[in-house]
Design a protein around this ligand. Structure first.
Ligand code: F6P
Length: 373
């Protein structure tokens, strides 16, 4: 039997994707792993996520060169050290109700002769993977998102690198904030889930952390900051998720444009909050938006390792013919879960267990299995 594996990355890029691609390729093409009888494997990279599978014309060599890339060990040898995705990505949704391209996508999978697909992505990319699986395609998923909001996995690629960026950047702000007696509001990513703000904020020693799962009272935030100053501190750091909102207010968007999955681009809560806090406290307040810096840079050792483990497991699923599944990390072990389960709900911060709604920070009771990673 000959396996021709197509591999793609979809949605927002992040650190760790290239490691996963490398290890799918290395595992699939490993000459030392014993395979059944006459089994042979080949891996083809699809460029720009689902867009590549929609746009490619398998009968046209120029189109094939634009949208696909045959991968071998030599090509991917150094990829795990680099951030982003060397295959490119997009937020294309072949099942977009406004412009359904799923028939083309299915025809192209056949035209390319792909016997299975590895889709590396978050809830949007994996929801497409799940739909294709329901239409008879042999798909496996690998979880990635710096938001770490996918269900039934304790890790998603990119999260650890993003946490480290937040920690480093807040450390830099600390000295200038202290020198000037300022409040710094640091806006971090996290569309629906506050994990990045909560764990990044705690790692960085932020004084106030505001997350999408709990609407905040701006007057109360100002009061907490004033109390700190009254106690003698010189500066304050507030970490806020881009998806957080004030009680009775709305989420703040950069624009009203939506992507193929119906999402608008969040951004601006840091600026709005900084203005409100300066007005309410009387302390000079600045804001910083960490934005895509959180998705950039070389992957931490954790993201390289998890990319490796997830990539190897994805090939295992293919060889076991166990499709419609996502590789996952649960309770300290690499495993797999049904794609359906991974996308049926988001993994959000459980306020009662992890968040102190009085201090607007992590809870100070620790024997309730707080840190999952
Ligand atoms: O899904 C990951 C993420 O980084 C979110 O935190 C953020 O809201 C979104 O992607 C931003 O996406 P884009 O780079 O397409 O604007």
């Amino acid at each position: 039997m000959h396996h021709k594996i197509g591999i793609l990355t979809g949605g927002g890029d992040c650190a760790g994707l290239n490691s996963a691609i490398k290890w799918v390729v290395k595992t699939a093409l490993d000459p030392y792993l014993s395979r059944n009888g006459d089994m042979t494997l080949e891996v083809v990279g699809i460029r720009d996520g689902w867009k590549g599978l929609v746009e490619v014309d398998p009968s046209d060599p120029t189109s094939l060169a634009r949208w696909t890339q045959p991968l071998d060990e030599l090509i991917v040898r150094t990829w795990d050290r680099y951030g982003g995705t060397n295959l490119g990505t997009s937020r294309t949704n072949p099942f977009n109700p406004k412009d359904d391209k799923s028939a083309k996508c299915l025809a192209n999978i056949e035209g390319l002769g792909l016997t299975s697909i590895v889709a590396i992505g978050g809830e949007d990319t994996l929801s497409v993977a799940h739909k294709l699986y329901n239409l008879g395609q042999k798909v496996v998923g690998i979880p990635k998102t710096i938001d770490r909001d996918l269900n039934v996995t304790d890790y998603t690629l990119g999260y650890d690198t993003a946490l480290n960026v937040i920690t480093e950047e807040v450390d830099r702000l600390r000295t200038t904030a202290g020198s000037h007696n300022r409040i710094f509001v640091v806006e971090v990513m996290g569309r629906h889930a506050g994990w990045l703000a909560l764990e990044g904020g705690q790692a960085a020693g932020a004084h106030i952390i505001l997350i999408p799962e709990h609407d905040f009272d701006t007057a109360k935030v100002a009061e907490l900051l004033q109390k700190r100053r009254a106690a003698g501190v010189r500066y304050d750091v507030v970490v806020v998720s881009e998806g957080a909102k004030a009680r009775g207010g709305e989420e703040v968007y950069l624009s009203d444009k939506t992507d193929g999955f119906g999402h608008k681009v969040l951004g601006g809560i840091g600026n709005a909050l900084a203005k409100d806090l300066e007005r309410l406290t009387g302390f000079e307040t600045r804001h910083v938006v960490l934005s895509h810096i959180q998705r950039g840079g070389s992957p931490t050792s954790r993201d390289r390792l998890m990319g490796r483990y997830f990539g190897i497991a994805a090939v295992d699923l293919i060889l076991e013919e166990d499709f419609g599944r996502m590789v996952a990390y649960r309770n300290g072990e690499i495993t797999s879960v049904a794609l359906k389960q991974a996308i049926e709900r988001l993994f959000l911060v459980d306020i009662d267990r992890y968040y102190d709604t009085e201090r607007y920070n992590g809870r100070r009771s620790s024997l309730s299995s707080y840190l999952k990673v």
